[in-house]
Design a protein around this ligand. Structure first.
Ligand code: FAD
Ligand code: SF4
Length: 332
């Protein structure tokens, strides 16, 4: 049986109180829905002294959809994203991705910020303490070597959050807030720059810093979608996922963005595919050619179900099917 270790739960009622709680307790961690973190704590992957519950901060709950874009607070729940009529209409990739996360009960609890800050995953890591101990642990937690790629000196655990490729394809920016020596800090960056190709560090968050919200650009004439390949259709992390967004102008594809998830420690922008799509006429041949290039950017290791070759092949299949569907669709 896996038991939750002892910790102190702090329930701040504002963002500034949450930041102070994190600054005052260096071994504290933020928690939102807890659907990822509490499982990891039971597995002995994290042992924080305090959990700072972010859900009481009204500043993190905002959903604002405007003509010039959208702002989505970190504590917005995945079910809210999935069911919001304007998000479904304007940012279809995001509502599809939220719908693809786990199962409805977990979508009711899990948040956007928790999904963006999700820990990386690996067959050798997401296991009980007993399981990992019997193998001598691994580099990401308590051990000397990477079990998936023993000759390598780094961790290749996968970043598997569903909403993130969709957000990146949609051109999202993320706003980070922190408190350093009593002074509030704030910075904003394109979401793809938030992630690091390092399975242990995984993103650029500094100690005590939080994701406050995400900003999406205007959605006029936008077409977007998300596809996920997984072992079990009912509930499972992606083995590969693809999100695509573009606009149609004068019969040609413009501002194309293609992001691939679960194939590396950070989400991947499929730059070659984007280049081929840009300014092109929408044809079935184009979809096949663009999808062929998607695997070029990724080099997964054997740390999930399915061989790396099969996952790269499925990236190509998912990309082609999604492109074919979007090239036939009408913008909202
Ligand atoms: C059975 C099961 C299946 C799942 N399947 C999927 C799946 O298919 N796809 C998928 O994407 N996820 C899946 N998940 C993981 C999880 O449910 C979702 O990713 C969810 O969105 C996590 O959000 P949360 O609010 O519960 O995060 P939490 O567990 O509260 O937090 C996750 C991490 O983010 C940090 N964090 C949370 N909010 C912030 C913030 N605002 N700023 C900084 N750090 C923050 C926490 O400290 C923690 O490290 C699954 C989980 C389970 C248990
Ligand atoms: S990729 Fe290697 S170091 Fe990272 S979690 Fe897996 S086995 Fe451990």
């Amino acid at each position: 049986m896996m038991v939750l270790p002892d910790f102190r739960l702090m329930k701040p009622s504002s963002l500034s109180e949450a930041l102070s709680a994190l600054a005052e307790n260096p071994a504290a961690m933020p928690v939102a829905g807890g659907t990822d973190l509490l499982v990891s704590m039971k597995q002995g992957l994290y042992n924080p002294t305090h959990l700072v519950d972010l859900k009481g901060a009204p500043e993190l709950q905002n959903i604002e959809i405007r003509e010039d874009g959208a702002t989505l607070g970190a504590c917005v729940r995945l079910s809210q994203l999935k069911n919001h009529p304007e998000i479904r209409k304007r940012y279809r990739a995001l509502s599809q991705a939220a719908d693809a996360v786990a199962s409805p009960p977990l979508q009711n609890r899990g948040t956007l910020g928790g999904n963006v800050c999700l820990d990386t995953r690996c067959y050798y890591y997401n296991q009980s303490y007993f399981w990992r101990q019997s193998l001598g642990f691994c580099l990401k937690k308590d051990g000397p070597v990477c079990r998936a790629a023993p000759a390598a000196k780094r961790c290749f655990a996968n970043f598997s959050a569903d909403t993130v490729p969709a957000l990146i394809a949609l051109g999202a920016r993320v706003r980070l807030v922190g408190a350093r020596e009593g002074v509030l800090t704030e910075r904003e960056l394109p979401l793809e720059e938030f992630f690091i190709e390092d399975g242990i560090k995984r993103n650029v968050l500094l100690p005590g810093e939080l994701v406050a919200d995400l900003h999406l650009p205007a959605a006029q004439n936008l077409l977007s979608g998300y596809r996920k390949y997984r072992q079990r259709g009912s509930i499972d992390y992606p083995l590969v996922s693809v999100a695509i967004a573009f606009k149609m102008r004068e019969g040609t594809i413009r501002d194309a963005r293609v992001a691939v998830g679960a194939m590396a420690s950070a989400p991947v922008l499929a730059l070659e595919t984007m280049e081929v799509l840009e300014g092109a006429l929408p044809t079935a041949e184009l979809a096949a050619k663009a999808a062929d290039l998607v695997a070029k950017r990724t080099k997964p290791v054997k740390n999930q179900a399915g061989s790396p070759g099969h996952r790269r092949h499925m990236a190509q299949v998912m990309c082609r099917r999604l492109l074919e569907e979007l090239l036939d669709a009408k913008p909202h």
